[in-house]
Design a protein around this ligand. Structure first.
Ligand code: NAP
Length: 283
């Protein structure tokens, strides 16, 4: 029940209508008996006004989504080392007027691999894309010990700058290849971090001629709208292991909720929230 003590959480983005996060976090509030409510904020773009608003209205925390994940960073009082590493903030916590930026996308990505029993240590991984999601994925791959990482991006200069940044920040050498040549190698895991296949362009596969390519074991698509992307369908038809973007979305949300509320969600509450989230998303 909402009362004078209820704390406000939300998500800032534009567009925001499609977001599953309000469902997830309001359910987590119920499952964990936490006195919070979570609402969508369709933001007009001025991050100074947005962050002033969060402080003025004592909003306890927000998620940040497209197109503000990088833009909001310079308006925060502090950014965690990992978020600054990744160059994007998807979670902001308001600590008595001090806004602290976190990145929980990389946690969500790693947890989704764990849930689906995909081992990355020592593995040969091809990452399609060099945008915000790719940065979280690549830093998680480095952190958790992937062997050989190669990035393919339509705009090759962006892939090269990510490669240089990763080397500077972690000492890890990663490869870059032309988007059109990406499928010449052999990989343990291919990860789509591009928007290819996302609604409304649902027939687009991650790489040209992806359907002819067979030299990989598992395919992970960060896109979750639709759940079965054109690329996932192709990988399934080749009997590869596949993971869609829903588990990553769930676990980045879990991590954010724990940060805002200073709690550790129990396994039981998490299982119930996971089932409810899947029911909501898959119905
Ligand atoms: P972004 O920063 O805008 O990056 C978009 C990426 O897609 C860039 O690498 C871009 O290449 C590439 N791209 C776009 N159109 C393309 C095309 N026609 N051909 C080839 N490449 C193309 O977006 P983002 O924030 O990284 O998000 C990317 C996707 O990940 C979205 O679908 C988002 O929903 C999903 N995502 C999912 C989760 C989750 O929890 N499951 C979390 C974060 C993001 P250029 O550099 O050449 O433009």
């Amino acid at each position: 029940m909402i009362s004078g003590k209820t704390k406000l959480l939300g998500i800032i983005g534009n567009p925001i209508e499609h977001s599953f996060s309000p469902f997830l976090h309001n359910d987590l509030a119920l499952q964990t008996n936490t006195d919070v409510i979570y609402v969508p904020f369709k933001a007009a773009g001025d991050m100074q006004k947005v962050t002033d608003g969060l402080r003025t209205l004592s909003v306890k925390g927000v998620n940040v989504t497209v197109p503000y994940k990088s833009k909001i960073m310079s308006y925060l009082d502090e950014v965690t080392e990992m978020a600054s590493f990744i160059g994007a903030v998807n979670t902001v916590k308001n600590e008595n007027g001090k806004l602290i930026g976190y990145n929980t996308d990389y946690v969500g990505f790693y947890q989704s691999l764990k849930r689906n029993q995909v081992e990355i240590e020592g593995k040969k991984v091809l990452v399609a894309g060099a945008g915000g999601a790719a940065r979280a994925v690549v830093f998680a791959l480095v952190k958790y010990g992937a062997g050989e990482i190669t990035i393919a991006n339509r705009t090759i200069s962006k892939a090269n700058s990510l490669k240089e940044e990763v080397f500077k920040k972690t000492g890890k050498h990663i490869g870059v290849i032309e988007f059109s040549n990406a499928l010449n190698g052999a990989y343990d895991i291919i990860i789509n971090t591009t928007t290819l296949g996302m609604h409304p362009d649902v027939n687009a596969a991650v790489f040209p001629k992806f359907e002819e390519f067979d030299r990989y074991d598992a395919f992970i698509d960060l896109v979750y709208n639709p759940l079965d992307t054109a690329s996932i369908k192709i990988a399934k038809s080749k009997e590869k292991k596949t993971i869609n973007g829903i588990d990553m979305l769930f676990y980045q949300g879990i991590s954010a909720f724990e940060i805002w509320n200073d709690i550790k969600i129990s396994d039981e509450a998490m299982s119930r929230a996971y089932e409810n989230f899947k029911d909501k998303v898959y119905k």
